[in-house]
Design a protein around this ligand. Sequence first.
Ligand code: GDP
Length: 222
Amino acid sequence: MKILDAELIASAPNIGMLPESGLPEVAFLGRSNVGKSSLLNGLTRRKKLARTSSTPGKTRDLVLFKVRTDWGEIGLVDLPGYGWAKVSRSERAGWQRMAEDYLARREALCLAFVLQDVRRNWSEDESLLLEWLAEQDVPGRVVITKTDKLKLMKRKEAVKRLRKEIGDGFGKPIVTSSEKGDGLDVVWKTCFENAYPQRLKKTNAASAETHEPLSAPWPEDD
Ligand code: GDP
C-alpha cells in the first residue's frame, strides 16, 4: 500500500471542537508511553506527524489526521494517553470524558485500536475498555506494540501470554513493532476492512458472479 499524503486536520480539547473529516475514522487508544505516536508515525511513514512522548508540547487533545493512500482515504484519531501516574484525579476524569464522548458519539468512528506494550501485563482497565467499546457498537482490536524490545523466544512467550489474557472475544491481537515496521500492514488492512466493508462485500459479490475466488482489494492476512 502506498501512502500518498498524511496531514494534521485538527487538534481539539473536545469532540464539539473537532471538525468532521468526512472520512471513516479509526481511533488509537493506550496508556501514555505505549508507543501510540510511534505507531501513527510508522503507519503514515512520517517521522514527526504525531508528537511522541519525548516531544515538548505534546498535548492531551483529540488529534485528527487525514491519510490518503492508494487504497482510499481514512481519518486516524490519536486519543490522549490515559493512566498517567502523575495526573490528578480531575485531569484523569477530564480525559475519560473527552475520550468517551468521542468514542460514543462520533458517527464516523468505525474501529478503535487498544494498544498494549508487549513487555507489560494486560490489565483490567484495557478489558473494561474493550467491553465498553463493544457496548457502544464500536469494534475494538488490540495492537501489541514494541515487540522488537524482546528477543524472539521472549517475544513469542509474551505474545502467547497476552493472547491468553485478552481472550478470544476481540479478534487476534495484531503484533507490531513501529521501529521495525512489523505488523503495520496488518494494522492498515484492519483499518480498511472496517472503514470500507461495503467495498469488501462488493468485491466478493463480483467474485461470486464470475465464480472467481473471494478476495479483498487489500492483501490477505497470513
Ligand atoms: P506514546 O506516549 O504512546 O505516544 O508513546 P511514544 O510513541 O512516544 O513511545 C514511547 C517510547 O517508546 C519512545 O521512546 C519511543 O521511541 C519508544 N517506542 C515506541 N514504539 C517503539 C517500537 O516499536 N520499538 C522500540 N524499540 N521503541 C518504541
